[in-house]
Write a protein that binds this ligand. Structure first.
Ligand code: F6R
Length: 614
């Protein structure tokens, strides 16, 4: 939700900022803007739309300067337009500020500033910050960093902010609370700043992840200084970035989403690498090793997440219950935190998040931590807030996911949950030895099977072409395939804007069956396994009402093929691993239908990749 970049150094800031904003555009694309401090003073350019619209808008304006900030917005307060775009500027034109987050007490602050003569031009919550800092600086005579610190003492909410001041050339001041900020330390005094490491990696691998409550001063002459909100100096801890630059490019694919779908054999392998040892028949998850016994002894596991990560959590519920015989509750993080849930000290809470920044998931972690539970994280983004707030965890190692619709993160999350559940089951003795070894072999074979599923793309595209004008779609699955049905429906609606619902197949006759007619595509996961015959009956019920059935079936299936309108084969696999295979054709189906409908699949309307607001 909103992307922030900043630069101080000896190079021209504008091209660096634009490149950085392109990398961060997945965080929001309602508007974009930059402020450059140079020989022509403080120049601000901003407009509604994407980074490419900003470039067109800037065209011709001199943007010389070696200090600057840039912003790409996902609107919360105030509609996406030129005025509400960041940076926001103080009335005297001295300060420009960018912000990611929400200032919850902006209304009383605004009222107070208005009563003191400040004029607001935008409808944003952010604008109060720039006037407040300006007010303190002028009345207290404090320098920029101290004015920012004093201003933030009055602020309630979440923020990552960066301020540039034309009276303090060569310096940027940044601060964070609940919204991420990473600082890059380059050669020759170059300092970079961004919402995540993707704009930084091409310049330097040395980074500092800012902590909540910290204020950073990035100064061309004096380098980086970090203070806490109480004004105590802190020693920044420099870490090495591991992201590869190629991982941030499309690599010949038309869209990031398609590239990421195709990366899944690799990303699933990477999430098992060094963890699954077939020769020894062992699973070792280094990140949670110290907590293994606690998980084995757990009377209950709570899984929290949002969206696709919540769907992965649902698969996790089935896995832990089947293999480890531990009761599991899967919670939407947003509901969990506001419901006064019962949390016991011996509960294990698993927080799942691709970005590691989702505000609701972070808040759920805080709540559970406060009640004494053990919190484990499954995150993709290394160094992210959730990864740092949990007691322990395992990274999914899927690599940067840039398409807004989550694909490879889902399969990597499910892979990790599978490893965890099998590991705990083996330690508890709830899976017998022979079955355990067989399951490890089957799991190891999954990446090669995903490669095979990807070969169905042409067939999936052909089917997508037939149904691309559909107005509604229904996704059905049972057992392990029910969360896959939910995930398939989410993928279709978020990128193609076709209304889609996922249901447990048996629930269809309790309501949704009323929707079925000749127009309605019904996508059914009907693979061989525990509930195959029941699902076949559900397909018959759809066909009896003239619905169109697209079935995901096991290779060699004949029964469903005879009754379904279309069937897509996936290799045979134990029920528990079907989600890792069955989701792939559903991702491809959504992708192709969205492309054929002319939708922007990597940046669907109204969405952002990293939901850092509640
Ligand atoms: C759907 C999607 C979202 C995210 C959700 C949680 O394709 O991407 O539903 O899954 O916003 O995000 P993370 O996993 O970053 O916490």
């Amino acid at each position: 939700m909103c992307g922030i970049v900043g630069y101080v150094g000896s190079k021209q800031a504008y091209p660096l900022l634009i490149n950085g904003l392109r990398r961060l555009e997945y965080r929001g694309y309602d508007s974009a803007g930059v402020a450059i401090l140079g020989t022509d003073g403080l120049i601000v350019s901003k407009c509604k739309g994407r980074v490419s619209d900003l470039e067109a808008h800037v065209n011709g304006t001199p943007m010389a300067g070696t200090v600057g900030i840039g912003h790409t917005r996902w609107a919360t307060h105030g509609e996406p337009n030129d005025v509400n775009a960041h940076p926001h500027v103080s009335t005297n034109g001295d300060l420009a500020l960018i912000h990611n987050g929400i200032i919850e007490n902006y209304a009383p602050l605004k009222e107070e500033l208005i009563s003191r003569g400040y004029k607001f031009s935008s409808e944003t919550d952010t604008e109060v910050l720039v006037h407040l800092i300006d007010d303190i600086r002028r009345n207290e005579g404090t320098d920029l960093a101290e004015s920012v610190r004093l201003a933030l003492e009055n602020v309630v909410g979440a923020y990552a902010i960066v301020v540039v001041d034309r009276n303090t050339p060569g310096t940027l001041v940044a601060a964070r609370k609940s919204s991420p900020l990473v600082i890059g330390i380059g050669e020759g005094g170059d300092l970079f700043l961004a919402s995540d490491a993707t704009p930084i990696v091409e310049h330097t691998r040395n980074v500092v992840y800012m902590e909540d409550g910290e204020i950073a001063i990035l100064d061309r002459e004096q380098g980086l200084r970090v203070r806490n909100i109480k004004n105590q100096e802190k020693r920044p801890s420099i870490q090495a970035l591991e992201i590869q630059l190629e991982a941030l490019e499309k690599g010949g694919f038309e869209h990031f989403m398609l590239k990421e779908i195709y990366e899944q054999p690799r990303s699933i392998r990477d999430s098992m690498r060094g963890r699954l040892n077939l020769a020894q028949g062992s699973i070792v998850l280094g990140g949670i090793k110290d907590y293994e016994q606690r998980i084995v002894n757990a009377k209950r596991i709570l899984i929290v997440g949002c969206g696709t990560s919540w769907h992965a959590g649902m698969v996790g519920e089935y896995l832990f219950e089947e293999f480890a015989r531990i009761p599991v509750e899967v919670e939407y993080a947003s509901e969990f935190r506001y419901r006064n849930p019962v949390i016991n000290e011996d509960d294990i809470v698993i927080a799942i998040s691709q970005s590691g920044e989702t505000a609701d998931t972070l808040a759920a972690i805080e709540l559970a931590k406060g009640r004494g539970a053990t919190i484990l994280g499954i995150c993709n983004v290394v160094g992210s807030s959730i990864a740092r707030q949990t007691h322990a965890g395992s990274y999914t190692h899927a690599g940067p996911e840039i398409g807004v619709a989550s694909t490879k993160a889902f399969t990597a999350q499910v892979t990790l949950l599978t490893l965890m559940a099998l590991m705990v089951g083996q330690r508890k003795g709830t899976i017998d030895g022979a079955r355990y070894r067989q399951l490890l072999l089957e799991l190891e074979a999954i990446p090669a099977k995903v490669e095979k599923v990807l070969k169905t793309e042409a067939q999936v595209k052909y089917i997508g072409d037939i149904y691309k004008e559909a107005r509604n779609a229904l996704y059905l699955g049972r057992g392990y395939s029910f969360p896959v049905a939910l995930e398939g429906a989410l993928k279709l609606k978020e990128i193609s804007y076709i209304h889609a619902e996922g249901y447990p197949a048996a629930e269809m006759k309790h309501g949704p069956i009323a929707l079925i007619d000749e127009e309605m595509p019904v996508i059914v996961i009907a693979t061989h396994g525990a509930s195959y015959e029941k699902v076949v009956s559900n397909i018959q019920e759809v066909k009896a009402r003239k619905g169109k059935v697209i079935a995901i079936v096991t290779e060699g299936d004949t029964t469903v093929k005879e009754i379904a309108d279309h069937s897509i084969e996936i290799p045979a696999s134990p029920d528990a691993f079907v989600p890792l295979l069955a989701v792939v054709p559903l991702q491809l189906l959504s992708y192709h239908m969205a492309v054929m409908r002319g939708c922007n699949v990597d940046q669907p309307r109204n969405l952002a990749k990293s939901v850092t607001v509640e």
